[in-house]
Design a protein around this ligand. Structure first.
Ligand SMILES: [Cu+2]
Length: 406
């Protein structure tokens, strides 16, 4: 059934009137008590039903105008007169108006909303990603604008005309070749660029003299737990079977690398130094997202993932650049992981190497006296032996051994 038929139907019209009356009564019912006061329209303007009604009203208006025009046309027809309205011309002009309004819309989106996309990249690889994004955007914009102009202008120029006969032109091999080969080449270049950029981000050749800083992040509903390595630079092992009320991350303190690990409340990183995040999750899949650094990777239970990058702009420099004294980098969760997903945020601070070292010395170790007792470790911190074979001499507690066997 066409829209006109639906709207023209008497039963449908009656239903629309009843629906309109009922809905407006429902909207205004809440205001009934305050008869003397002027009606506050604010909640009405914010309700969805208001806009649904407005839309229905617009449809009804268009339908009435359509009906009136139809009556006019039929009257002319019965009187034996020629068609009064040139619908072909009207449609052709509407196409051109649509093109102009649409192109203005594109301009508006690029200039107004375009400023709201990601802020300046503050990492080395971030610049490459932005460059790729820009190239793709420029190419697609050119194609988008060109094809739309051709499509709508041709519709206008070649609108129906009694005096003209359409030229039959079914096939041209050259045109087919051009519009197959050119997009194929462009897409190959774009895909290759993406592939190479991806490789440069995820397949780093490690320089043994300049190892990246290791930081471990554990996500859970709804928080991030951050673990920094101690002096050894290695974040120790953990095992979900060791999770207890005192050992919330299940850190295996039998591993000597774990014993000097540090708890941190915020992420602080030295500028221009590579950092490798090891990401894990305790419950569901979360997503480690730092928009300013163009870093985003899922944190998956049972499968550690890694992301290495180099921050290039300190928080203070960014404050000066953006002119915002309250600016700070953030870590967010970009996976809708549950009711408090929106609240999974952490401040990230990029500082100078010196400030970083200072901050690091103020961080508390994970290994508390309670945990030492639980792992049968001496309560006063032992000096770390040079060789790692000493690990074997640390006897794990029966409780933890049992937990590991489970
Ligand atoms: Cu999350």
């Amino acid at each position: 059934m066409s829209l006109i038929k639906v709207i023209g139907n008497k039963a449908m019209a009656a239903l629309a009137v009843i629906f309109t009356l009922f809905s407006s009564t429902a909207v205004f019912a809440q205001e009934a008590a305050a008869i003397a006061k002027p009606v506050d329209m604010e909640p009405v303007y914010r309700s969805t039903i208001f806009y649904v009604l407005l839309f229905l009203l617009a449809c009804l208006f268009i339908a009435i105008v359509g009906k009136a025009l139809k009556v006019y046309e039929l009257t002319r027809e019965t009187q034996g007169k020629s068609e009064g309205i040139n619908w072909d011309l009207i449609n052709a002009v509407l196409f051109v108006i649509f093109l102009i309004v649409g192109l203005y819309g594109v301009y508006f989106e690029y200039t107004v909303h375009g400023k709201m996309i990601l802020p300046e990249a503050a990492s080395e690889h971030g610049k490459k990603i932005d460059q790729m994004f820009e190239i793709t955007l420029i190419l697609t914009t050119i194609v988008f604008i060109a094809t739309h102009i051709v499509m709508f202008v041709f519709t206008y120029i070649y609108r129906y005309n009694k005096a003209r006969k359409a030229y039959y032109y079914p096939h041209n091999n050259m045109i087919e070749r051009i519009w197959t080969i050119v997009p194929a080449l462009v897409l190959t270049v774009l895909v290759l660029m993406g592939f190479l950029t991806w490789r440069s981000i995820f397949h780093k050749v490690e320089d043994p003299n300049n190892k990246p800083l290791s930081v471990e992040v554990t996500s859970s509903q709804f928080q991030w737990d951050i673990r920094y390595p101690g002096k050894d630079g290695i974040v120790g092992k953990k095992n979900y079977k060791l999770v207890t009320s005192t050992n919330n991350l299940g850190i295996d303190f039998n591993d000597r690398d774990s014993q000097d690990d540090l708890v941190a409340d915020e992420i602080v990183l030295p500028v221009n130094k590579a950092v490798r995040f090891t990401l894990t999750s305790k419950d569901v899949i979360h997503s480690f997202y730092m928009p300013q650094f163009r870093v985003q990777l899922n944190t998956v239970p049972g499968m550690p993932t890694q992301f290495e990058f180099t921050p290039t702009i300190t928080t203070d420099e960014m404050k000066a650049k953006t002119g915002d004294p309250n600016f700070h980098y953030v870590l967010l969760c970009s996976k809708i992981c549950g009711t408090n997903h929106f609240n999974m945020q952490k401040v990230v601070r990029i500082v100078s190497e010196k400030e970083y070292e200072e901050w690091l010395t103020n961080q508390k170790p994970y290994l508390t006296d309670d945990l030492r007792k639980a792992f049968n470790l001496p309560v006063t911190a032992p000096a770390k032996p040079a060789d790692s074979t000493a690990t074997a001499s640390v006897k794990p507690s029966a409780e933890n051994q049992l937990a590991l066997k489970k």
